[in-house]
Design a protein around this ligand. Structure first.
Ligand code: NAP
Length: 454
């Protein structure tokens, strides 16, 4: 794939980047490792000060950075600005909490003193996706750098303007050169970076196929990985739910980020007693969504990030329809400039259809009718993925019981799934392993070291 920014709202090439050579990759890794030797000795107070500077820059320039995100991958500008603000939040969270979370832990044993330290590991390589071009990177970088590691970023080929802007933010914030560095490389060069002896760990946020490739490459050289992969989150609506609120949130949960979020609700599983009521409201609200230029403040749904992804999405819909799925609204590419797809709801879904089995990355909702709540849980778990889940009922005690039966990394009751720096984030099954955010996330890339004194 060429390293290019193509504006998905117009299809026009905005910028082309030259890939760096193998020698340059090795040189960057050597310099990053040399920087690590000094960076790990810097106090938490100083690292915190720099991370707060980064947060301030993000807040001050949120409109400017928001425009880069929207230009590169088409998310509505209001969501792009909110993403930049959320990055400031994660920087502040780790600036304020890293020292406390990574403090030595004293353990009473037969020693005169024994305790656990959390030492940085060195270079962490981050392979990142285009769908949240700033957020995915900051949620890896803020904890990794606060722990004393250094970061190398291989960003998705279509969002290199974002990648370079992030590198510049860390430099402007006062971080030493090479603490955080963007590598302008395509996916075929990733294995060379993984194999570099100074690279100690790898974090990937991306699709399941990319996860399998990168985990395999890391396995060959025994490097630790965290995998944040795809999802097909269930959104379960039970009889006692507030149907209006559920339908309204269903639209946002499916269409946020133009339908291209790993934790977007994708399979809407509704019990038959309230199915017709929910379906009517859901279709009505989907038809009201404002589609338009993502730079326009009023736009709720913009284009798909790349044309190949739009064509793949259309194929998934067509194949599902050929196998018996019913289109309740949408179901087609929009006849306009850019890579737009209509807000779509498919019903009559069954196993064997892409809209039931696979991750659908676009504004397409899969609506599934079930008899009662035990079948709802069975269908929710009938997926290769296990990232998030949303459950709607006013019976909270029942919801808490059902939450334990859902196979996923999170369950949100009467709300849509979202990430929060204070809460762990990640999946099970083919959605990956390891956790980001909170105290769990920062401990993924540290050496948990026992010290024992006689
Ligand atoms: P992707 O195609 O897997 O790409 C992700 C990153 O991996 C990009 O930097 C890509 O580089 C690189 N890559 C792809 N194939 C590779 C390979 N064989 N070897 C080495 N590197 C490779 O995913 P995407 O289309 O950017 O993002 C969408 C996917 O990410 C969805 O499945 C979504 O659910 C998932 N996602 C998960 C989370 C989570 O937290 N669980 C969050 C956001 C997104 P190139 O761009 O150069 O190909």
């Amino acid at each position: 794939m060429p390293i290019q920014t193509i504006n998905p709202a117009t299809g026009k090439v905005e910028k082309t980047f030259k890939e760096i050579s193998l020698d340059e990759i090795y040189d960057t890794a050597e310099k990053a490792d040399a920087t690590f030797r000094t960076w790990k000795e810097i106090s938490f107070v100083e690292r915190s000060r720099l991370m707060k500077n980064a947060a301030n820059i993000l807040r001050e320039k949120k409109n400017e950075y928001g425009k880069i995100l929207t230009l590169e991958m088409g998310k509505p500008i209001t969501q792009a600005i909110a993403e930049v603000e959320k990055c400031a939040w994660v920087c502040e969270y780790y600036a304020e909490n890293a020292e406390r979370i990574l403090a030595e832990e004293i353990v009473q044993t037969d020693a005169s003193q024994s305790y656990v330290r959390f030492d940085p590991v060195g270079i962490v390589l981050a392979v990142m996706p285009w769908n949240f071009p700033f957020w995915q990177v900051f949620r890896f970088a803020a904890p990794a750098l606060m722990a004393g590691n250094v970061g190398l970023l291989k960003h998705a080929s279509n969002v290199q303007m974002s990648a370079l802007a992030i590198e510049e933010i860390f430099l402007k914030a006062g971080f030493p050169k090479n603490v955080f560095k963007t590598l302008l490389i395509g996916s075929s060069a990733v294995e060379c970076v993984i194999n570099h002896p100074k690279v100690k760990a790898v974090t990937l946020t991306g699709s399941e196929p990319a996860g399998k490739k990168i985990a395999e490459a890391c396995g060959k050289v025994l490097k630790k990985t965290v995998m944040e992969l795809g999802g097909s989150d269930p959104f379960i609506v039970l009889e006692e739910a507030d149907i209006e609120a559920a339908a309204k949130t269903a639209v946002t949960a499916r269409l946020i980020n133009n339908g291209q979020s790993c934790i977007a609700a994708k399979r809407f599983i509704v019990v038959e007693k309230i199915y017709d009521q929910f379906e009517k409201k859901f279709v009505e609200l989907m038809n009201k969504v404002v589609i338009g230029d993502p730079m326009d403040q009023q736009t709720e749904l913009g284009p798909i990030a790349r044309e190949d992804l739009l064509l793949e999405l259309d194929q998934q819909v067509k194949q599902s329809v050929a196998k018996g799925a019913q289109i309740l609204c949408g179901g087609n590419r929009l006849n306009r400039e850019g890579f737009y797809y209509a807000p779509t709801i498919l019903a009559n879904l069954k196993k064997g259809m892409p809209a039931y089995d696979d991750e659908i990355f676009g504004p397409v909702a899969s609506l599934i009718k079930v008899k009662e709540e035990s079948e709802a849980i069975t269908v929710a778990n009938d997926s290769l993925f296990g990232l998030g889940a949303s459950l709607w009922t006013n019976d909270i005690e029942k919801a808490k019981q059902l939450a334990s039966k859902i196979e996923s990394g999170s369950v949100f009751i009467n709300g849509m799934v979202k990430s929060d720096p204070r809460l762990p984030f990640g999946g099970i099954k083919n959605s990956g392993y390891g956790r980001e955010l909170s105290h769990y996330g920062i401990k993924e890339f540290v050496n948990i070291k026992t010290v024992w004194i006689k």
